[in-house]
Design a binder for this molecule. Structure first.
Ligand code: RB5
Length: 149
């Protein structure tokens, strides 16, 4: 499994924790920035990671900002991205099973590092259940197609 990871300045410290954790588990990843706590704009990173995931260069993505909200809103503008903000492990599990979420977003100012790493593990170890959930994902794609220019 190959993971694309990114953050803005508000998520930098947690991204470093997540990277350390993935390395310890032997999970391959690529870091698309940002690379310091200097202020930057989360849509730039969201677009970069989102595009890589939709292009199937990476199986899943992880995006972190201060709240996890802005970076997720931006990523979800890319057709094919299903970014889910998770601050608990139940949601991380459910969003893979039901929504086939392909990007996990988290807020560094919301979750502590211990919980965040449990959320990452849960997200990466859960899988899509298909069936009736696929029908609903297809309807999400239909909405995307309807508004595509
Ligand atoms: C940056 O200050 C902050 O706005 C950003 O990290 C994020 O929380 C936005 O949703």
């Amino acid at each position: 499994m190959k993971i694309a990871i990114g953050c803005d300045h508000g998520g930098f410290q947690l991204k470093e924790e997540v990277k350390k954790h993935l390395s310890q588990k032997g999970i391959e990843f690529e870091d698309f920035g940002t690379y310091s706590e200097e202020s930057c704009d989360y849509p730039d990173i969201a677009a970069c990671v989102g595009e890589k995931v939709v292009a199937k260069e990476f199986e899943l993505g992880i995006l972190i900002c201060g709240t996890g909200i802005g970076i997720g809103i931006a990523a979800n503008k890319i057709p094919g991205v299903r970014a889910a903000l998770c601050s608990d492990t139940f949601s991380a599990h459910a969003t893979r099973q039901h929504n086939n979420a392909n990007i996990l977003t988290m807020g560094q100012r919301v979750v502590g590092p211990g919980l965040a790493l449990d959320i990452v593990d849960t997200f990466l170890n859960s899988s899509f259940e298909g069936d009736r959930h696929q029908r609903r994902i297809d309807k999400i794609s239909a909405i995307e197609n309807k508004y595509k220019k």
